[in-house]
Design a protein around this ligand. Structure first.
Ligand code: C2E
Ligand code: CA
Ligand code: CA
Length: 388
């Protein structure tokens, strides 16, 4: 009997229960969370167990890698708990890898399939890998986190918080940056630093993005004349469905694309031709484009010359150093002059003291963001801050 433990798609099997049968379609791979699993083949002579796998091991991935029916069966040896890995989680990785990797994998699979009966003979049906290679373990824990993230998205555990941005001229809150948080039932709040990179490796970043845009539009429809900055990744910008979806959200909430600034991380802009295509597309739809973490990449100034950014967001590292570092001040002054000549709006992030705020204001920076102004907060608290 299969039981879904809701949280992370854990499935339990009683001893001798079949997990999958030889010849069936390969839809999932599995990580053994606890217990043992027999992998066996059935032929004219009957059944032969070729391997008994234990906690932490992955199985059922072969048919997924080369899109073929199962060549073995799997059955619970003891009571087992399994984590399901969706077919897509594996195929997305293979599809985005160098085609050579796929060929090599298929070659290896063909060979190991040809060896199946021999493995059974030589091991007398009882072999298992004593210690998984480190790389294999890393792969498995990544799959595990990814499965958890997939479920977190569908179960509403990915939340959006809003960090206020201050207009340094008028001293009023002019907008905010929408940031994602993972409210994990066991681990508490997980930082986006931990899960955004993972999401960016797969199409999960699209789902995270839809959630953020949905919340950003909701906020804008209630809050009136402010803007919301939303972080976007390359995979989102490359996806036409993404724009269609976001434009539908905007029209559904009767707001204007002008109120949304798309933040692109500068380190992501390696290929300036591709970047300019993104920027033109975003602008054609009415969005403003912000270069995030400006000054930390390799060619910030070159990109400033080549790309049509509306907003530059000066990285926190500058804000942190500028009061004690004369050179950082000179560089900042240069950036302010450049931005004003180019007609680009400037935002400074990571403002933690009133001294930093005052200095940036004197320098002519337009907007400020940081803990001194306010940490990221849930929508209702941000709305409260606006009315206060
Ligand atoms: P970022 O876009 O550079 O976001 C600013 C980060 O700096 C946020 O961290 C914010 O909470 C933090 N921060 C703000 N003010 C201060 C301050 O005064 N001092 C310090 N020490 N830190 C401050 P967070 O929320 O952990 O986000 C980390 C990164 O994750 C973001 O960096 C952004 O690149 C990415 N990210 C967050 N949410 C999303 C999302 O929904 N989609 C995408 N694609 N990326 C996201
Ligand atoms: Ca950002
Ligand atoms: Ca930033």
């Amino acid at each position: 009997m299969e039981k879904n433990q809701a949280e992370f798609h854990l499935h339990e099997y009683a001893p001798d229960e079949i997990i999958f049968a030889q010849g069936s379609e390969a839809d999932y791979a599995y990580v053994i969370e606890s217990g043992a699993v027999d992998i066996y083949v059935t032929d004219a002579e009957g059944e032969q167990v070729i391997n008994t796998l234990r906690t932490g091991e992955l199985f059922g991935e072969m048919g997924i890698v080369d899109n073929s029916p199962r060549t073995t069966s799997a059955r619970a040896h003891t009571h087992v708990t399994l984590l399901q890995i969706h077919r897509q989680q594996i195929t997305e990785r293979i599809d985005s890898a160098d085609p050579i990797v796929k060929s090599l994998l298929e070659l290896l699979l063909t060979r190991s399939r040809a060896m199946l009966p021999e493995i059974a003979d030589s091991d007398n049906g009882k072999s298992r890998n004593p210690i998984l290679a480190q790389s294999q373990q890393q792969g498995i824990s990544k799959f595990r986190l990814e499965s958890e993230l997939r479920n977190a998205i569908s179960q509403g555990h990915i939340q959006t918080v809003f960090q206020p941005m201050l207009d340094l001229d008028s001293n009023k809150i002019a907008g905010c940056e929408a940031l994602s948080r993972w409210d994990h039932p066991q681990q508490g709040m997980i930082s986006p630093a931990k899960f955004i990179t993972l999401a960016e490796e797969t199409d999960l970043i699209l789902d995270v993005g839809y959630l953020v845009f949905e919340r950003a539009c909701e906020l804008l429809s209630q809050a009136g004349n402010i803007f919301v900055s939303v972080n976007v990744s390359a995979r989102q910008l490359d996806n036409d469905d993404f724009f269609d979806h976001v434009l539908k959200l905007i029209s559904h909430h009767s707001i204007s694309a002008k109120q949304i600034k798309l933040e692109i991380t500068e380190t992501l802009v390696i290929d300036s031709v591709r970047a300019q295509q993104w920027i033109s597309k975003c602008k054609a739809h009415g969005f403003q484009i912000c270069a995030d973490d400006f000054g930390t990449g390799h060619s910030g100034i070159l990109q400033l010359a080549e790309l049509d950014f509306d907003v530059l967001k000066i990285d926190q590292a500058f804000t942190r150093q500028m009061l004690d570092n004369k050179k950082a001040q000179i560089v900042l002054e240069g950036v302010v002059n450049m931005a004003s000549s180019l007609g680009v709006t400037l935002v400074a992030e990571g403002i933690e003291t009133i001294e930093q705020l005052t200095y940036l204001k004197q320098l002519g920076v337009n907007f400020g963001q940081g803990y001194w102004i306010g940490k990221a907060k849930k929508m209702s608290d941000f709305m409260q801050m606006l009315t206060d």
